[in-house]
Write a protein of this length. Structure first.
Length: 338
């Protein structure tokens, strides 16, 4: 209710709806009471925000060391509560959370709140989002190791379901960090992220997950195509054989296009790339031609008598990859070779 009070000071219409049995004079008295409560809440809110800002300012000014002031329990509680008030009321009370007030606080005092700041980068209010962006950037200027990995990893889309506004804010943070001379660190972290991605999910694992996920989808699409083909065959009296063949191909390409696009995208990310490690090059040599042939068979069918056979090459590729992934590997020690 308190959030509604802040955003809608005039409550006469709402009170009239909620208390229909009250007389106009009684409604006026209740409305005046609510407005007095509203003013009290606003005064307490303003006093609390000013007190938290002053406390954090004094905490930062008493010590130049981030380890002594930013890690204390009182400072963490104060910064967390202030940010909570900012996230809830910053939209409707902009004058209480000016950029000047945030800039007076030592950046290290916000470090304990970094997870909350990153989580709110997609805030619907542009000014609030801008304040959050500036806070994260200042923390990065003061201690870049705390934010560079998360900023770069999320810019690369490693976190799912990230909004466009949050992605835009992350790009701005990355560009501002680069402008301060952190290019070398950013390049090193980018290389680290690339290598971690490469060893975390191998190419054969990507293909195993993709083909396994598409298996049931392809079965449903083939079932839909069979019904469509049977319907076309029953119209041989009114449609020529050549026209039926054209319609079958058009239906097939329309229904199977999402599957083929999904496989083509994975091809572009794996076997169409230059293998940067011996293992990637081995996978490309071992499975590249098989996958290309399977995709060609799926994309350009010669006939539609048995459409389930069009997926058979990918089933064979999937079985080979499964055998590769789940085989038992041995590392022989020196004594075992004697």
């Amino acid at each position: 209710m308190h959030k509604d009070i802040l955003s809608i000071p005039d409550l006469s219409g709402r009170l009239d709806f909620c208390f229909k049995s009250l007389s106009p004079q009684e409604l006026l008295e209740v409305s005046e009471l609510f407005h007095k409560l509203f003013q009290s809440v606003m005064e307490l809110l303003q006093s609390s925000i000013e007190a938290y800002f002053n406390y954090l300012f004094l905490s930062g000014s008493t010590s130049n060391s981030s380890s002594s002031s930013s890690s204390s329990l009182e400072t963490v509680v104060a910064s967390s509560r202030l940010l909570n008030l900012f996230f809830r009321y910053g939209t409707c009370k902009d004058d209480l959370f000016t950029e000047d007030k945030f800039s007076r606080v030592f950046p290290a005092l916000w470090e304990s709140c970094l997870p909350q700041l990153f989580a709110r980068l997609d805030h619907v209010h542009c000014i609030t989002r801008e304040r959050i962006l500036n806070l994260i950037t200042k923390i990065g200027f003061n201690n870049p190791c705390l934010i560079i990995y998360q900023v770069l990893s999320e810019c690369r889309g490693l976190r799912k379901n990230i909004s466009d506004s949050a992605m835009e804010s992350l790009d701005k943070i990355r560009l501002q960090l680069q402008a301060t001379g952190l290019d070398a660190m950013i390049n090193d972290v980018s290389i680290l992220i690339n290598e971690v991605q490469r060893i975390n999910v191998l190419w054969e694992e990507q293909w195993h997950y993709r083909l396994s996920a598409l298996e049931s989808d392809v079965t449903k699409r083939f079932s839909k195509l069979r019904k469509e083909f049977d319907r076309l065959k029953r119209q041989t009296d009114s449609i020529s054989i050549e026209r039926i063949s054209i319609l079958q191909k058009e239906s097939y390409l329309t229904v199977m296009k999402p599957v083929m696009v999904s496989i083509e995208n994975l091809c572009n990310n794996t076997i169409h790339q230059t293998g940067l490690t011996p293992h990637e090059q081995w996978f490309k040599d071992q499975f590249g031609s098989l996958i290309e042939t399977a995709l060609q068979t799926l994309s350009n069918p010669i006939h539609f008598e048995s459409i389930s056979s069009l997926w058979k090459p990918f089933k064979e590729v999937s079985m080979e990859i499964i055998q590769l992934l789940f085989r038992v590997l041995f590392v022989y020690l020196f004594n075992d070779l004697k």
